[in-house]
Design a protein around this ligand. Structure first.
Ligand code: NAD
Ligand code: DAU
Length: 350
């Protein structure tokens, strides 16, 4: 039995990872530490509510006493740190919480793991600290080229700068203490349980409610979209088999301009759900400050070393995603009305 401390496991990718791991493995136990900020939603975890291999703890990754207690109580083998403030637009408005959670929270986790795992002559057997990072730490690309693991970090937003700060702290624990760490840097995820402040779920929700579809700037910024389950697979592989001290880029060679994404969502909903949904809903709005133009990942290293590749094409993934939202309208309704926070009382005693 391997015990994971998964942080941020009530958020979008974290909850997908918890569900993926508990479905795939019988010999995995997950301690899920999540502060339940506005982005944490226990409704995402209702399928594992009764599963004794899932232990939910509401708390802050910055809380040294609590994290130390979790290491003492649960004999943690792996830490997978998803917990973060994750939205670029919010980071432009309130950068402090990004520095606090993303940088200081990561340092606290590293330190508590070090205290629990360090031995006189090295490290406890088989342990690993894994940091879930982002391609945004590399900055922005021009029309050609890709981010490689060797690309120098050049973050621009308060969000990406805080994620880069966290990555440097993880590297410092490897360089200074030889702590067994790995980092993955992934491109834009999409799929079930994605909070509707982010582009794709926002578009789906607004289409279904006949609301304007806000497109920042000229709509020609490019993101490299990856289906969330493919990201979960990549993290699982890196935690188990990735080389200690290494960074692995994760991406799908699925580059799209934002306006292409908008038109794809409109077309699917128009053709399959509601023919009154048309491109008339598109509304060009003021650009995001410091808006990165293009992200593109070369996932060659993870493919060559671990055999990972993005299995879900964008064409398949986007239809699966829209269908999920159609089948789970109550989930969206609960999120947009604030009802989801009632799950805090209903589902777990925390
Ligand atoms: P999210 O905002 O959906 O979820 C974040 C989760 O972290 C929430 O459940 C929240 O309650 C929790 N959290 C926030 N602050 C906390 C704290 N101080 N202590 C404990 N829990 C806290 O984010 P996401 O989109 O699922 O992203 C997860 C991770 O993956 C982040 O580290 C993000 O930087 C990274 N990432 C995201 C993407 C993407 O496309 N969404 C791509 C690459 C990397
Ligand atoms: O690249 C990985 C990153 O992807 C993650 O590290 C972040 O946590 C995640 O939030 C995401 O960041 P982005 O800023 O790329 O995602 P977002 O969905 O906010 O925006 C995607 C693109 O769409 C971006 O170019 C801005 C644009 N956009 C976004 C919104 C919300 C719009 O044009 N209109 C919108 O309303």
């Amino acid at each position: 039995m391997k015990t994971y401390l998964v942080t941020g496991g009530a958020g979008f990718i974290g909850s997908n990872f918890v569900l993926y791991m508990l479905k795939k493995y019988n010999d995995v136990k997950i301690v899920n530490l999540d502060k339940l900020t506005y982005a944490g939603n226990l409704e995402n975890l209702k399928d594992v509510q009764e599963n004794p291999k899932h232990i939910f703890v509401q708390g802050d990754i910055c809380d040294k006493e609590l994290v130390t207690e979790l290491f003492d109580k649960y004999d943690i083998d792996y830490v997978v740190n998803f917990a973060a403030e994750s939205h670029v637009d919010r980071s432009i408005k309130e950068p402090e919480i990004f520095a606090s959670t993303n940088v200081l929270g990561t340092v606290n986790l590293l330190n508590c793991a070090k205290n629990a795992w360090e031995r006189e002559n090295g490290w406890k057997d088989g342990v690993r600290y894994h940091q879930v990072s982002t391609d945004e730490v590399y900055g922005s690309l021009g029309d050609t080229g890709y981010f490689m693991e060797t690309t120098p970090l050049d973050p621009h937003s308060p969000y990406s700068s805080s994620k880069a700060g966290a990555d440097f702290m993880v590297k410092a624990y490897f360089d200074t203490f030889n702590m067994p760490v790995t980092i993955t840097r992934c491109s834009n995820n999409y799929g079930p349980y994605h909070f509707p402040e982010k582009l794709i779920p926002l578009l789906i929700n607004n289409c279904l409610n006949h609301k304007d579809l806000p497109v920042y700037g000229d709509g020609l910024n490019i993101r490299d979209w990856l289906y969330v389950e493919d990201h979960c697979k990549a993290i699982d592989m890196v935690v188990r088999d990735g080389r200690v001290g290494e960074v692995y880029n994760v991406g799908g060679h699925n580059e799209r301009t934002n306006i292409q994404i908008v038109k794809t969502v409109i077309k699917h909903i128009h053709d399959n759900v509601d023919e009154t949904v048309t491109e008339d809903l598109i509304k060009y709005v003021e650009d995001r400050k410091g808006h990165d133009r293009r992200y593109g990942i070369a996932p060659d290293k993870i493919k060559e070393e671990l055999g990972w590749y993005p299995e879900t094409t964008f064409e398949v993934g986007i239809v699966k995603t829209i269908e999920w939202y159609l089948e789970n309208r109550q989930w969206m309704e609960n999120v947009t009305s604030g009802e989801y926070q009632k799950y805090y009382e209903k589902m777990y005693t925390v």
